[in-house]
Design a protein around this ligand. Structure first.
Ligand code: GDP
Length: 432
């Protein structure tokens, strides 16, 4: 979701205005340096538009002098957000610091809005006209304390922000889409038959229904699921589709069409390169993942230990995947598939509120800061969860983060917030 950064001198009422924007009463009103340090970013909602508000008062850019530090704040704000809101104190008018910051902001390629705060009565309204001199367009008079005109300001803010990008794989409701994939002979059609046989397929590949004729609607555990591209699986005798190129194209398109993917593996055989390729394909497509180990009826203790070792090595990229051990032949644990699918999809749909995310992140970074690179210590300013399906985090930083540190952040993020069964993407936006 788009980001609005709020900048301004201390005591102009930034934090109070941020609380206004967030529609909250309890305010972190002291502009004492450090007061808002560990909570800098929040979710806001206005007219159905979601955005993230960043209070730059929490940043300590470290430049000397007030003017320098507020200007540095503005620089950071410009490079990490989609729009900037400059707050000035209407009872004081434009100070030389405000002018210096406005000079910086006028270079911004993104929209800049100007709020004249503390317009608590009519007399001050006339004064705000002088703020046109800052060269940032129309000053929006507000009283953060009394709530005056904050609706007009919010309208202007959401107009200035870009529309949030649509989440990948968003569905218009209806049964959730499942792909069942895996290399030949792992038991895909046996499993599908078991699922539809025991639990009765509601619509079985009937042309002319709302379901594509290649899909199957299957009821599992009291819930309807849409298994995509099952036409090929239904034929017990498979045609000469042994051509691997064709098979992998088909697998790719089934994964793309699905929200959650069951990768079926043959537990009685060594995990193969081909299995791992399919797993990687799912993670890269950003789909929720359930690993189902089939033919468990053939697995003895020795094979089980062997399999554990193979998985430790082979599945390092997807330690978060949901796992079930089934037998399409005997029906063993087949009923555990639906709960696993539900867990994975819940994670795929999950959103961590921005305030919570940043509270956690500031503790993490304080305990384990990113490694120094080229003599510089990269700082993580704040983070937002930009999207779901798959969950995607954006870290706003002052420098490049090494892949190792990003993996560390992901591991800690999962320890704190879960996301079992879903890939999580972590993007880093470095200030320009
Ligand atoms: P597909 O190519 O993935 O669709 O695999 P099939 O469903 O055609 O199954 C391949 C072979 O494995 C068939 O001979 C099945 O009877 C057998 N099979 C499937 N599931 C199981 C299972 O759970 N246990 C055992 N022992 N055999 C299975």
């Amino acid at each position: 979701q788009p980001v609005l950064a709020v900048v301004g001198r201390p005591n102009v009422g930034k934090s109070t205005l941020v609380n206004r924007i967030l529609g909250r009463r309890e305010a972190v009103v002291q502009d004492v340096p450090g007061v808002t340090r560990d909570r800098v970013a929040y979710d806001a909602l206005w007219n159905g538009r979601r955005f993230t508000v960043v209070d730059t008062g929490g940043w300590e850019p470290g430049a000397s002098g007030l003017q320098g530090s507020v200007a540095a704040q503005a620089e950071l704000a410009m490079s990490t957000s989609d729009a900037v809101l400059l707050v000035v104190d209407a009872t004081v008018g434009a100070t030389t610091t405000d002018e210096a910051v406005a000079r910086v902001l006028r270079r911004s390629k993104r929209p800049v809005l100007l709020a004249a705060n503390k317009v608590d009565d009519e007399r001050l309204l006339a004064e705000t006209a002088s703020l046109w001199s800052l060269g940032l367009g129309e000053p929006h008079p507000v009283s953060a304390l009394h709530g005056r005109s904050s609706g007009d300001l919010l309208d202007a803010i959401v107009d200035a922000l870009p529309e949030a990008p649509r989440d990948l794989g968003t569905t218009a409701g209806g049964p959730r889409r499942v792909a069942l994939v895996g290399k030949p002979n792992v038991g895909k059609s046996s499993l599908l038959n078991k699922l539809t046989g025991e639990e009765r397929a509601v619509v079985d590949s009937v042309a002319g229904t709302t379901v594509d004729p290649v899909d199957s609607l299957v009821e599992l555990d009291g819930q309807l699921w849409r298994f995509v591209d099952t036409a090929g699986l239904r034929k017990r005798v498979q045609t000469a589709s042994g051509m691997e190129y064709y098979a992998s194209l088909r697998t790719k398109s089934a994964i793309d069409a699905a929200e959650v993917v069951i990768v079926l593996l043959d537990a009685s055989e060594p995990v193969s390169e081909q299995d791992l390729r399919v797993v990687t394909m799912v993670a890269e497509a950003g789909r929720a993942l359930v690993l189902a180990f089939n033919k468990w009826d053939l697995v003895d203790d020795e094979r089980r230990h062997q399999l554990d070792r193979e998985l430790d090595r082979g599945l390092v990229r997807v330690p978060w995947a949901e796992r079930v051990n089934v037998s399409a032949l005997t029906g063993r644990a087949v009923r555990k598939l639906a709960p696993a699918l539900r867990t994975a999809l819940q994670s795929w749909d999950q959103r961590v509120p921005t305030g919570q995310l940043n509270g956690w992140l500031s503790d993490l970074v304080a305990a384990t800061p990113p490694p120094v690179r080229g003599g510089k210590q990269p700082k993580i300013l704040f983070a937002t969860q930009a999207g779901i399906r798959p969950p995607t985090l954006v870290l706003f930083t002052t420098g490049f983060l090494e892949a190792g540190y990003r993996r560390f952040v992901e591991r800690k993020f999962r320890e704190r917030f879960g996301f079992k069964g879903s890939p999580v993407r972590i993007n880093v936006r470095v200030r320009e």
